[in-house]
Design a protein around this ligand. Structure first.
Ligand code: ADP
Length: 742
């Protein structure tokens, strides 16, 4: 059985009457006449003339005459026709696009999409991702549109062609971004026309490739950043822990080393040591010193690293500062027969720096250059100043640093392989700290080096005024005074004796902040000044022309008028310091170059403070020797004799209420002003305080003996009234005399 309907080309499925003739079946339908070829099964429709095409054929109302004519009963009367004369017109036509609706809106409302072309002529359109619902109105144009059927297929969306239909709307909803090709076929019994329309739907910007790539890159970058941040945090925590651990150890080490150093120094002063013993001791002393310096470095480093160290820029002459540090290292270089030369391009360059920090940076570069250079080589220091920055280059011809090591150099605890193999000792903190300190000054540090040939370290630092740091928030506070308030020092007159002009000039500034400073270029000049002016303290270099520091020290300490003046000797090498101590010159302290000014200042203050503390104690004990011995200081017999005599004089005049400063000086055989100075230097107090102190100590002794009344004791100790005695006593001991009686 076969079935033929509209899909094969019938005008209508309502076939009301059928006639057979000459191999054709003639079919009368409710919409017109069709002819079915029984051999090739094709169907022909007749769109003209209107009389036969535009009527409804009735049921069973057909008849064929003998001459072959047909008679049909139709809704418009009876039709008689000759089938042979019927126009066998070939169907033709094309597809006309009447409209395209985008989400219900005609495309004509979007003139941009049409590019000024008639709608029917377009072959492709580009829509955005919001215009994803598309309806296309099509019309068949041709000689028999009633039999027109459409079929379509959207490539990229449909798998198959749609069924033939006379429906004229092609509808697609929810088209994803992409390119589609809509093919539409027009059938009129057979395929008579086809046209295509390319529809391109652009993706939203977040779905574009570019966006996706950017998104992936961003996400990757973010992940990397977060990971790095996290790693850094971990690292930082780890470093902090490590650092805390190291600093704790450094503290312990330093404490232990101080305890080791004291007995070594003590032993060193013993005269009975053999050459061998002394050599061993010096070796031990040298190593303790080295360890102490490493411990100090670690502690300094921790201070910088944790930001505990205050950045205190002051206007300073960097050319002079470098010159001074270079001269400090001359002797260290000379010990290795290394020449060290300084080439500044200007004589002066004022800029704001934290001198203490910058000294440490320069010292590190200089000491490395000497340390990592062979004997008989040369180190050059170049300085150049520009408008807005200054640069320092330290050039050596030492062991050099490999390329890989150069990258790691400024990291903490890094030591390059060749330094290790050359067995040169070090801690690997210096350069890391130098970098941090230079960066605090907004500067940069870099290195150029070739193994075996030498290295050049360079720092470049912007020239600033002190105020400029305030803006960056780096200047945390005005330079704070390290010296405690209990020790006023402004009236102290310090004499600096140093033959190196740079060094001498450099030392004035930081010292002048705390003391009144005078200078002398050698021992002879210094001695003249000392005799006339009697300064309160002397800081002297050892190596000087005409008269060296040792000779000066001997003179000062052996002259009655000056023996009380404390002296700090500046030495070149640490080994020498120990030897010097052993000589018993009577110097109050020794400092090894290179030293920093802060330490020197602290040492000066500490000597003054110690004298003051000692003063109180020796009045109580009755002898300076006892006190100084127990404090581990060298003893100056002149000073001891002076103090002893002074106490004897006061005791001798104990009950003399009229006893005055002038009487005291006369008895001592010195001028009032010298008595005053010596008293201040040796006992750290004024003459009046000294007399009162001795009297009070004596009074206390008498009270403890419990033999006299308070009134008697007051009288015996030179007080005219009990009231005045009691008040003075209470001020001195914190309790009144009656608290000690009975
Ligand atoms: P230290 O010298 O105490 O080891 P630093 O941080 O000052 O520590 O230096 C780190 C490392 O850099 C040294 O251990 C050494 O390997 C290398 N280095 C520094 N300066 C020089 C130099 N002038 N020549 C060769 N190597 C150097």
């Amino acid at each position: 059985m076969e079935k033929y309907d509209m899909r094969q080309g019938l005008i209508s499925n309502y076939v009301n009457s059928v006639l057979y003739s000459d191999g054709y079946l003639w079919l009368g339908t409710d919409k017109g006449l069709c002819r079915f070829n029984t051999i090739d099964k094709t169907i022909t429709t007749y769109s003209s003339p209107m009389t036969i095409s535009n009527v409804s054929y009735n049921s069973d109302a057909c008849f064929q005459f003998h001459n072959g004519m047909f008679a049909w009963g139709t809704s418009d009367g009876i039709i008689i026709l000759d089938p042979k004369t019927l126009n066998m017109q070939e169907p033709s036509g094309r597809i006309y696009i009447q409209d395209i609706l985008l989400s219900g809106q005609s495309i004509r409302q979007y003139p941009d999409l049409l590019h000024k072309v008639p709608l029917d002529s377009i072959s492709n359109i580009t829509l955005n991702y919001q215009q994803k619902n598309v309806t296309i109105h099509i019309l068949p144009l041709g000689n028999d549109s009633r039999a027109a059927r459409f079929s379509w297929k959207m490539q990229g969306f449909d798998d198959d062609w749609s069924d033939l239909t006379d429906q004229r709307d092609i509808n697609y909803t929810n088209l994803n971004p992409g390119t589609y090709q809509l093919s539409v076929r027009l059938y009129n019994h057979k395929l008579i026309s086809e046209r295509t329309l390319t529809i391109h739907i652009t993706p939203p910007f977040w779905a574009t490739w570019l966006f996706k790539i950017a998104y992936i890159l961003f996400a990757g970058w973010l992940a990397y950043f977060l990971l790095r941040f996290y790693m850094n945090r971990l690292n930082q925590r780890y470093t902090e822990d490590k650092l805390r651990f190291f600093t704790n150890i450094a503290h312990d080490l330093r404490t232990a080393l101080t305890l080791v150093k004291a007995p070594i120094d003590e032993l060193n002063q013993t005269n009975s040591l053999s050459g061998h013993d002394r050599e061993y001791l010096q070796l031990a002393a040298k190593q303790t010193e080295r360890l102490t310096s490493v411990a100090k470095q670690l502690l300094d480093f921790q201070k910088v690293d944790t930001g505990k160290e205050q950045f205190e820029p002051v206007m300073a002459d960097i050319v002079v500062l470098i010159g001074c540090r270079v001269s400090m290292f001359e002797t260290m270089a000379a010990a290795k027969h290394i020449t060290i030369a300084y080439y500044p391009d200007t004589e002066t360059c004022l800029t704001a720096i934290d001198t203490n920090m910058m000294e440490r940076v320069i010292d590190n570069l200089l000491s490395n250059a000497i340390k990592y250079s062979p004997e008989q080589s040369a180190v050059e220091v170049h300085f150049r100043s520009d408008e807005d920055k200054w640069r320092l280059k330290v050039v050596d011809r030492g062991i050099g640093i490999s390329r890989e090591a150069q990258r790691e150099l400024f990291h903490e605890f890094y030591r390059s392989q060749n330094a290790l193999s050359a067995q040169i000792s070090g801690s690997g903190i210096g350069l890391f700290m130098a970098r941090m300190l230079v960066e605090l000054h907004n500067g940069k540090i870099s290195v150029e080096s070739e193994e075996g040939k030498g290295s050049t370290f360079e720092i470049i630092v912007p020239r600033c005024k002190n105020e400029e740091y305030k803006d960056t928030g780096k200047q945390i506070s005005a330079p704070q005074d390290d010296l405690s308030n209990d020790c006023p020092t402004e009236d102290m007159r310090i004499l600096v004796v140093e033959d190196n002009n740079d060094l001498r000039n450099f030392m004035i500034r930081p010292l002048a902040k705390h003391f009144s400073v005078e200078t002398a270029a050698d021992g002879v000049e210094a001695w003249e000044y000392i005799q006339q002016q009697i300064p309160d303290l002397i800081v002297s270099d050892i190596m000087m022309p005409r008269m060296d520091g040792l000779e000066l020290c001997r003179l000062v300490k052996s002259t009655f008028e000056t023996s009380h003046i404390p002296i700090i000797l500046l030495t070149a090498l640490s080994e020498k310091t120990d030897e010097l101590r052993g000589l018993g010159l009577g110097a109050d302290d020794y400092m090894t170059k290179p030293f920093d000014m802060k330490t020197l200042t602290q040492r000066i203050v500490s000597i003054i403070r110690n004298r003051r503390i000692l003063g109180g104690r020796f009045i109580a004990s009755g002898s300076m020797t006892e006190v100084e011995d127990s404090a581990g200081k060298s003893v100056n017999t002149l000073n001891d004799a002076f103090v002893k005599r002074a106490m004897e004089v006061v005791v001798q005049y104990l009950d003399d209420t009229e006893f005055s400063k002038d009487d005291f000086a006369r008895e001592m055989g010195v001028s009032t002003s010298l008595l005053f100075k010596k008293m201040k230097a040796l006992a750290g107090m004024s003459v009046v305080d000294f007399i009162r102190g001795v009297r009070m100590e004596h009074a206390m002794k008498l009270i403890r003996e419990n033999r006299y009344s308070i009134g008697e004791i007051a009288c015996m100790c030179g007080f005219s009234t009990i009231g005045y005695f009691s008040t003075t006593f209470k001020k001195h001991f914190g309790k009144s005399p009656s608290d000690f009686t009975g």
